[in-house]
Design a protein around this ligand. Sequence first.
Ligand code: ATP
Ligand code: MG
Length: 745
Amino acid sequence: MNQFLNNKAFLELNENQKLAVKTLNGPLLVLSGAGTGKTRVLTARLANLIYSRITNPWNILAVTFTNKAAREMKFRLENLIGQPANSVFLGTFHSIAAKILRENAELVGLNSNYTIITPDDQVRLLKQIMVDANIDIKKFTPKSMSNLIASWKDRAYRPKDVSISNNINFANGKGIDIYKMYQQRLITLNSVDFGDLLLFNLTIFRDHPDILERYYTKLSYFLVDEYQDTNTIQYMWLKILASKTENICCVGDDDQSIYGWRGAEVGNILRFEKDYPSAKVIKLEENYRSTGRILEAANSIILNNKERLGKNLKTSSDLGEKIALFSVWDGMEEAKKTSNEIENLYSNGFRYDQMAVLVRAGHQTRYFEERFIEIGIPYKVIGAKFYERQEIRDALAYLRVVQQPNDDLALERIINVPKRGLGASTINMIHTHAKKNKISYFLASQELLMTDELRPNVKKVLQNLINQFLNWNRQNKDISHTDLALKILDESGYIAYWQNENSIEGEGRLENLKELVNAMSGFENLAGFLEHISLVMDGDNEAEAGEVSLMTLHAAKGLEFEVVFLPGWEEGIFPSQRSIDETGLAGLEEERRLAYVGITRAKKRLFVTFAANRQVHGLWQGSIPSRFISELPKNHLIEYIEGNLGGDAFSYNQIDFGVSHDKGAYGPGFFRAKQTGIKAIDLYKKPTVGHSDLVNNNNFNNGQRVFHQKFGMGHVISSDGDKLNINFDKAGEKKVVSSFIKIIE
Ligand code: ATP
Ligand code: MG
């Protein structure tokens, strides 16, 4: 028996998990709900493969959904095996495909030091091409063209594979031509976009069987997390690579497929058994993450979806606290209420980094950010990327030109930053010359400098800049990349530029530039660092310890937090109107899966909020509670309605559904609003109407969480006037009088 099977990490697993960890050969699918230990099983399997010596670490390929998840898996794996796991091919589809492409770049007309361009460079490049092709870019925006190209690439379509029918509406049928020109332009720039990484991999595998054979020999075990969110090209890529050994283990959950809008095909997971007839399927049932009530909420929401295999989450842990539902006046109140709760929980021993606010759309974070800054809650926005700040992008552009002088987009970005007198007319001349002669901007500049096309003073400045780049490029081999970066930022005048700014903002930017050089020191050389940057710019960033995480529901996939806040549960926001408009019922079901993902991130406490008013394009609008709110199980819910009963504008009236849910007609604001068709906003004008039946602070509801001076925390079992029967957590069942009891909200 190999050592791993005696390891504590293995022995702690349940029987089905153990089976999944032991079944190393042949195709295996683990299809189970949230928090059932799929990722844990995958990590243990990796450890088992390495321990058992059934294969070498460098023969294993493991795919995670985000770079962060990859880092985490590597960390856990290293803990399990007690040695570095660098040789395992572990990363996102993009990062692994980038490596494979680098090893074979010349086969598709690239150099191995190719650049991965970022989404905004992609749009800029498309804009140039579309303007040159006389396309009305107001009507057909470069952004929508870039989305279209991405969706073709997600389906593995090269320009020659796109049929007219896929493109009929875009730019009067010119979409394919633009795509073609765009690809040609990328090649001359020695660049690729994210979609190209896998697409070129596939081209190489298909056109060069000898190379594919090399990877067959190299890679013999495959592990894939979040398999439900693979798109067509990822699916094809995996299928080809794994076809030789079929030692492929995929884990996923059809209820958590949330990337349909980006081309993910939940069908991939459902047809696993068809793809691999010898596949074993293991189901995990027990959820180890969340309390009973949180799971009930998740189950009760997802039950409303038609398109699903149908599984229920189970747990042997306690019911836990009720789910809190806050109805507030507006976004500002929502942020206030949330931050108050965060402070509350913090003083009760929860750490900031155990809490997360998960929003439907990125822009929703603004109110929270402002509020957190105001009252000093440390927080981190995951996704608002450090690397996307202006000064960082400028600095990266310098580094990119040094690494690869024909990176036109980078050169164009900083040619006149800081301002050095190379204005639009000079850039235009360079652009025209480069286009006519099909050469890079860098080369075009050098050629122009040999003529008298440029005014003498312009010529001097440009000559100086080009010389500097040539000089830095030479030094790239001799001095460390961090020293080089400092030198470039200094000699280019970029640091002085922000120093002269003499503002707090300028100081912050200088700090960021320092941080950039810090980040570089973790890499062997400039090329390695730049590759890393392109990959992290793809989406996720790591939250530092001690900070509340603020991120989208999409970014929260696979993560877990003690406390989760889900704001903005209003029709139009969540479910998102756009998603419903674009894809109807399928869109709605995807939104519901997103709600399921959000809820199941929480281990102990869950807060849902609804704001009665939202500002849309500067105008206030009343909102309607999300239909998902009415799908939450009322007996596991406590609703708090903002009102002015106590004369305090921010007091909350508490409605415990455990008691009141059967009083349909007297139901709380939301549900009544829904039933009667009155917008919730109307209810706020008369916040006391009908509430006296429901809110009586002298009445104790069964199940109510209370605190007693002597006996501590407990739950109300029954009440008779002011006498209560309470089951205390530590002291057991006791009879007490209500005057010594404090209600815990
Ligand atoms: P998701 O679908 O959200 O990605 P998952 O199925 O990947 O979830 P994990 O993240 O692997 O679930 O596990 C959820 C939590 O349960 C983790 O904290 C994990 O450590 C814990 N866990 C998993 N299996 C066990 C077990 N057998 N005993 C104790 N804890 C476990
Ligand atoms: Mg997982």
